[in-house]
Design a protein. Structure first.
Length: 320
């Protein structure tokens, strides 16, 4: 190729270069758009799949909760239909880092998701469950600097919970006055008046459930961690264990219960916080009267109710 032809070729290439580059750029842009579109479609498919999985999981949780609550409500309706029994159930969820907390069913047992009650707002004879209100009031007074632990009141408090002794509770109620204690109880949203002159103390299973909910959570009058642990320990050691503790253990060996009982004439009551071996926890309050009961004759009935409730909610076939 001579110089003249070479120069003409170079000029042609030079003039064509921008066009060639433009075409190449268009091709690259087209390829990039297609690539992004493919990625977007892939991501969209993945997101849709994930959303479908979450939706399906959420639906399964909701359905299982509905089945558990429906079966529990049906059972409680049966045992309370004659008006001699009141029951309140509240699931507290799983203890952190427990086997239950890591379970695929953990969402089913989200705190409060399975709460079920029957005849729970009818005032019944409290019997010695009223001592839980005395304990709450004293912890409230302690927060306000108006109560302190001494060797004397520690002994009295311990006997009030463990042995269900009346002396300390009656003394504190007289010292602070019924009106003041009832006012505090009302401020917590619990049934009031619990205490009246010449009238046997009354409350509801719902109110006892609310109190135990605060005790379990360490809220309200139970904010002091050491006092809360003290009360729970004493309740775990109380000596009348043929009600909720017996029923819970019959449903699942190794289940632990911190509870407060009440018994007076034909009334047998039990209110407790239950912890299963896998870490699931719940509150159960059972109040019974009538049916020719005396002494502790109603405790086996409370044990039977507890066993059935625990089996419905936490048993192998729960929600199926």
């Amino acid at each position: 190729m001579n110089d003249k032809k070479r120069r003409q070729f170079n000029r042609t290439v030079f003039k064509a270069f921008p066009w060639v580059m433009g075409v190449l750029l268009i091709i690259l842009v087209f390829l990039q758009i297609n690539s992004n579109s493919s990625k977007a479609q892939s991501k969209s498919g993945t997101d849709s799949s994930q959303q479908a999985t979450v939706s399906s999981s959420s639906s399964e949780v909701t359905n299982k909760q509905k089945k558990i609550k429906a079966e529990l409500a049906s059972y409680l309706k049966t045992v309370t239909k004659d008006g001699t029994v009141s029951v309140s159930f509240y699931n507290l969820g799983a203890t952190p880092k427990s086997k239950a907390a890591a379970s695929t069913d953990a969402a089913v047992y989200k705190p409060g998701s399975l709460v079920t009650e029957a005849d729970a707002h009818t005032a019944q004879t409290a019997a010695s469950t009223y001592k839980l209100f005395i304990a709450a009031y004293l912890m409230h007074q302690k927060q306000n600097g108006k109560f302190n632990w001494t060797s004397s009141n520690t002994e009295g408090f311990d006997q009030m919970i463990v042995d269900s002794a009346n002396t300390f509770a009656d003394s504190e109620l007289k010292s602070y006055g019924m009106a003041a204690v009832n006012k505090f109880i009302g401020s917590q949203g619990w049934y009031t008046p619990v205490f009246q002159q010449t009238v046997i103390a009354k409350t509801t299973s719902h109110s006892l459930m609310l109190l135990l909910e605060q005790l379990a959570a360490g809220t309200g009058p139970f904010k002091n961690a050491s006092d809360r642990e003290k009360i729970l320990k004493l309740m775990s050691e109380q000596i009348y264990r043929t009600g909720i503790p017996a029923g819970a253990s019959a449903a699942k060996t190794g289940t632990k219960v911190a509870d407060k009982v009440g018994f007076l004439n034909d009334t047998n009551n039990d209110a407790g916080i239950v912890t299963l071996p896998n870490g699931q926890k719940y509150i159960l309050v059972i109040m019974t009267h009538g049916q020719g009961q005396s002494g502790f004759s109603g405790f086996p009935k409370m044990a039977e109710i507890t066993k059935k409730v625990q089996t419905i909610v936490y048993g192998t076939n729960a929600g199926k």
